[in-house]
Design a protein. Sequence first.
Length: 445
Amino acid sequence: MTAAAARAIRTGAPLGAWLALAVLVLLYLLNTLDRGVLALVVDPVKADLAISDFQMSMLLGLAFALFYALCGLPIGWLVDRFPRRIILYLGVTFWSIATIACGMAQSFPQLLLARMALGVGEATLGPCAHSIIADKFPKHQMATALSIYTAGAVLGTGASMAVGGLAVAYFTQRPDLSFPFFGDLRPWQMVFVAIGLPGLILATLVFTFREPQRLHQREEVPTRLLPFLRERRAVLLGYAGSFALFSMLIYGALAWLPAYMERAFGWGPAEVGPALGLVNVLSAGIGTIGAGWLVDRLIARGHSDAHLQVFSASVLLATPVGIGAFLVDDPRVFLVCVFLLKMMAFSYIGYGAAAVQAVTPSALRGRMAAIYLLSLAIIGNAGGPSLIAFFTDFVFGDPAKLGWSIATALALLAPLALISAQLGRAPMRLAVERLRGEEASKADG
């Protein structure tokens, strides 16, 4: 480790960096709340707009997710070229207006367009936040910072259920209430308006912190994405084989958890929801943030591949726990195993983002963050649930064997993720040292 690197490790992030992180976590909570509240008003929306279950599935999934995914990379390009605070302010304002528009919708096409717009607006947060955090925090604190930010997603899911549920109950019990200038609205419409309006004010919080300085922005040409991907292909393939592949397993298992608990233990939604909600909050706080802290401690000791070290240990510990969880008969033991599984396995999302930024120059941070998030969304969210369903339908041929399907997927694919992580450690060390050398030479020049 060079003397300059040692001095950097002794220097922590300034107070302004933590302020920026707090604002980004708050916006992440808002982001999750605005996208998730529709799930709480499915039945009244269906009744008022006369739409089918299939149309509702499009509103809940495809309409939002497609535009969220497609806009990520173009927004990442903007993030790498223009002031991130301005982009983020416009994004928060746009998605807040889209949330209000959901409440103003009088037909399925109108609500569909509003959900598409919501996906476009919310796609700004990830690339902006990752880029800002990576430029505001020193490398030895980046994993902790991104893990704290990522934990906001899990907390936001819980908040969307709590706040959204209270809002639905409040306006349902007071059908005569109305908002000035919005006319007569039904209770579910007032929920969207009430949740969307605060975002127009909260968007201004992005101006409470300074735009972080990009490292030698003029010397680095933001259009060098493809050459960068070719130069770093070894480490990036290691990331893809480890983080993205494991995300398929974890997202797949999580997507089927409620159904498994209903089939295996006979629990209903009123029992499953609170139990899994508590597990989510506790595992996110302990696992995600704790793993990020551990990665940063190892980096401070000179382990530049700490992200993949911690990931490998997590896979080794989480896999037998995860397999065992779906073979036990006691729901209490099952929930303990799920807590341990999520605490160890799901923690990679935060430090995985930090691993990407650790080998990425400042001028490409937005686009690489978008690629990382897109890979998790496509491989994890899309591929994971389908993988489990494939085993259930075509391997075991029995819906009651859902637990066996999840355990089999873990047993078969977790070792591949572990091997990919081990193969990626040496390329990651080389990529980190290369970037450090490039930054040092530009600083001297």
